[in-house]
Design a protein around this ligand. Structure first.
Ligand SMILES: [Fe+2]
Ligand SMILES: [Fe+2]
Length: 354
């Protein structure tokens, strides 16, 4: 008996056809290609308000009675993690991946005066620490989220890849020009440390995406002022591009909460109170903020130890920019009332107007 005959006589069960989801679906590519948004068709696009999917079943696939409960997902309520444009942020993240090995012109780095190189290495040490937290913490939430909410889940996965690259680009910078890593800066204490202790996704997101990454984004955007060569400029620019997506995730998630779960607003305002205390501590008492990192930043911005004062003035301008951008973000997220009803410290407004 040859192979063809054996197929013909084989008795097919075809029981698996009963297990499929909605049939006849024909997704078509749009201007951006075939995106996640283009496949939100029929029941595949229905995102349940609550998910009982504990088996890792893909959204829209048929259930099976013998499916193991592989995931004790904590995040099974849509409002706990959802944002309306996660699919778009995800596609953009995939499109804009870059390589720190080949997209950064490392050959443009030239020897720098010792004080400037040391300051650059201090900043690179801090950023390597911060980027570790920014990847490590969202990673814990991926496996804690039901597969029914795969859009935010996959966007977080893309963020983790981005943060991995940020960690490596600053590590590479520290080792590229005669310096190296310095002592761990401890710059991850305070708000950054509390990100790690968040027990709720929204709590984590408001601390990580809105406060922590928002502040880092303002630094990256001012990267031109701290860069001494094309390699540093481009590294800051590429990181800023990624960071803007991470911040957008947080803003859009808070906006979703503001729109769909107003009963949680007071809780969110408490997280923002905490962020603002940290933001203002630096503004009101610059001496208290004269940390190793702020010294390094001022040396970089001024152009050396001798121009520390000038550099410090520029650093204060960056901090004001952080406040201003933070306020814009909070307003855009739907929590701007805190700047009108006296809840936010009025000094924030003063700094934002400077
Ligand atoms: Fe980052
Ligand atoms: Fe980030």
């Amino acid at each position: 008996m040859n192979a063809a005959e054996s197929v013909e006589t084989f008795d097919l069960d075809l029981g698996w056809l009963d297990q499929m989801g909605e049939w006849g679906t024909r997704a078509e590519p749009g201007k951006q290609g075939l995106t996640l948004a283009d496949i939100q068709l029929g029941s595949y696009g229905d995102v349940p308000a609550h998910s009982d999917n504990l088996t890792g079943r893909p959204r829209g696939a048929g259930k099976r009675a013998d499916g193991f409960r592989v995931g004790g997902y904590e995040v099974r309520d849509k409002q706990d993690i959802w944002l309306d444009n996660a699919a778009m942020i995800y596609e953009e993240a995939v499109n804009r991946q870059w390589s720190s090995a080949t997209d950064v012109p490392w050959e443009t780095i030239r020897p720098l005066p010792d004080d400037v190189e040391q300051a650059q290495c201090e900043l690179a040490t801090l950023l390597t620490e911060v980027e570790f937290v920014a990847g490590d913490v969202p990673a814990r939430w991926v496996a804690a989220t039901t597969p029914d909410y795969f859009e935010p889940r996959m966007t977080l996965l893309a963020q983790i890849m981005d943060e991995s690259r940020h960690m490596d680009v600053f590590r590479k910078r520290a080792l590229a020009n005669g310096g190296g890593l310095l002592q761990r800066t401890g710059g991850t204490a305070g708000v950054v440390g509390s990100i790690d202790m968040s027990r709720d996704f929204t709590e984590m997101s408001s601390r990580l995406h809105i406060s922590g990454e928002g502040a880092v984004l303002s630094i990256f955007r001012m990267g031109e002022l701290m860069a001494y060569n094309e390699a540093e400029k481009i590294a800051y620019r590429l990181c800023a591009q990624d960071e803007a997506r991470h911040v957008a995730f947080g803003v859009m998630h808070l906006r979703y909460i503001a729109d769909t779960a107003p009963e949680r607003k007071e809780e969110i305002h408490c997280y923002l109170d905490e962020s603002e205390r940290a933001l203002l501590a630096g503004q009101q008492n610059p001496a208290a903020q004269q940390t190793p990192v702020s010294e390094a930043l001022a040396i970089l911005l001024g152009g050396g130890k001798d121009q520390f004062d000038d550099g410090y003035r520029k650093l204060l301008a960056i901090r004001r920019r952080q406040v201003k951008e933070y306020m814009q973000r909070v307003k855009s997220a739907g929590f701007g009332e805190r700047f009108e009803n006296g809840r936010a410290n009025p000094e924030l407004k003063t700094y934002a107007q400077l």
